[in-house]
Design a protein around this ligand. Structure first.
Ligand code: ATR
Length: 269
């Protein structure tokens, strides 16, 4: 039996155990995957991670509010994937070569879901709204997929400093724009990576147009998606991203590939 956990605060809502148990059933592995509540401080998080891996745990997912602390722990005591280093956040922990290893599968999960929805990212013009952690995690995988990126943010300086971090990695410099410009914008693909909905707020989209709109949120009605659905654009919420980021974590831990069939079944469950 291999043991896994997801560490967060709050954590009772997490769908990760059911997703990973479905992957285990599909691949024939015997696993236990539990939710692990952790007090919201760095020492408690480090203690939970150390106890888990010292006790023989194979892999841990990390969710809010610990992704940045997990990143720092890997900077201090372990190693990071390129995606986690660029995201400055870790959502997946493992032990590799006897050391803690941090990955970030969120952005790859987003790209896999977009491609699965038939979106062609190579040379396409992709807008991301927001310049927080969710956007930071998505940029490298989107650039690797060949997208040209425009970032819209309420606080322009935050988007500018984010773009500066990616300048050296990007063939086309990231374009930074205001939310006023968003109201007149037209893009192939637009992604909502803001936390506006979480705060009960709406983005003012004006006459913004896109062929495909993606909201990283799921499980709540999305005014963002409704705006684009009214233009007959294709729309998608972030549930598939959740499934795909979990599949990448499972593959890292177990070397088992999750088939498209299994992923599709979970996405429609
Ligand atoms: P996360 O880690 O989930 O990305 P975050 O780091 O708090 O969360 O970032 C949230 C993003 O949503 C930020 O870009 C924020 O804009 P600011 O940089 O100006 O703070 C954006 N955001 C949150 N509420 C918003 C709103 N009502 N309108 C527009 N942008 C909003």
């Amino acid at each position: 039996m291999q043991h896994f956990i997801v560490i967060g605060n709050p954590i009772s809502h997490s769908k990760s155990p059911q997703i990973h148990h479905a992957f285990a059933k599909h691949t024939g592995l015997a696993i236990s995957y539990q939710r692990q509540f952790c007090p919201d401080d760095k020492d408690s998080f480090v203690a939970v991670v150390q106890a888990f891996f010292h006790g023989g745990g194979v892999g841990a997912n990390v969710t809010l509010p610990f992704k940045e602390i997990a990143y720092q722990l890997c900077v201090d005591t372990g190693n990071l994937s390129d995606e986690a280093a660029c995201a400055k956040a870790v959502n997946t922990l493992a032990i590799k070569d006897g050391k803690l290893y941090g990955d970030n599968t969120d952005g790859r999960g987003l790209v896999a879901d977009l491609i699965g929805q038939g979106v062609s990212l190579a040379s396409s013009d992709v807008a991301i709204v927001g310049a927080g952690g969710a956007t930071r995690g998505a940029i490298l995988p989107l650039l690797k997929a060949g997208a040209r990126l425009t970032i819209y943010n309420r606080t322009l300086t935050k988007a500018q400093s984010l773009a500066t971090d990616f300048d050296a990695l990007s063939k086309h410099p990231l374009s930074i724009k205001t939310l006023d410009e968003l109201m007149r914008a037209k893009h192939d693909v637009i992604i909502n990576a803001t936390s506006a909905t979480t705060h009960g707020q709406h983005l003012n989209l004006g006459n913004c147009q896109a062929n495909f709109a993606y909201d990283m949120m799921y499980g709540k009605p999305s005014a963002f998606l409704a705006h684009f659905a009214a233009q007959n654009a294709k729309i998608c919420d972030g549930y598939g991203m959740l499934i795909h980021q979990a599949a990448y974590a499972f593959e890292l831990w177990t070397n088992q590939v999750i088939t498209t069939d299994c992923l599709s079944q979970l996405k429609t469950a």
